[in-house]
Design a protein around this ligand. Sequence first.
Ligand SMILES: O=C(O)c1ccccc1N[C@@H]1O[C@H](COP(=O)(O)O)[C@@H](O)[C@H]1O
Length: 207
Amino acid sequence: MKVKICGITDLPTAIYAASIGADALGFVFANSKRKITPEAAKAIIEELPNNVMKIGVFVNESKQAIDQIAEFAGLSAIQLHGDETPAFCKQFSLPVIKAKSIETMDDLFTIRAYPCEYILFDSPKGAFRGGNGKTFDWNVVNHFSAPEKKVILAGGLNAENVQDAIGKINPYMVDVSSGVESDGKKDLQKIKQFISKAKTINSEGIR
Ligand SMILES: O=C(O)c1ccccc1N[C@@H]1O[C@H](COP(=O)(O)O)[C@@H](O)[C@H]1O
């Protein structure tokens, strides 16, 4: 199972997560308690191995700003976590992850129209557009099928629930932010536990 650790704001955490198997790291450029400047993200990204995906998280940002930050910081993919349309998502040369808040089955119809390689299922928005540490009803998405898309599961995941989530949904990747923090800061022990749990379960949900 692939793992993304989101909301990276410092180099030691990024290096540690990459060294123990994180496949992707997320840098939030949107309004968030984890917001990072393009300069700080660039300084971290320059030190990371090539095989780790460097994902920029944006909410209702302009294409021009996204392109500028992506090139400056050295991003390898773009996560659009706001109200971006399918036409907006189509314009980028980097891979796009379109995030969708899931409440009812209707939310699954709209996501199929997005011309994106990746779709990300998250909880309904809270104080911020994402990163609120809340789960959603996984039953809504556990029969979702779109063979041409890679599904990323997010929203309130942690070391205690990630194996159940994988067993139920069998996503391409799991994404966590709040669930690997203590007192609002990334917790290396929690990152280690999360990655270890996510990577010791197969697609049939067998540990
Ligand atoms: O992490 C944030 O602060 C954030 C802010 C704005 C948009 C998205 C954000 N993060 C994404 O939110 C989900 C769920 O995170 P959590 O594990 O429930 O805290 C995840 O996709 C993050 O990439």
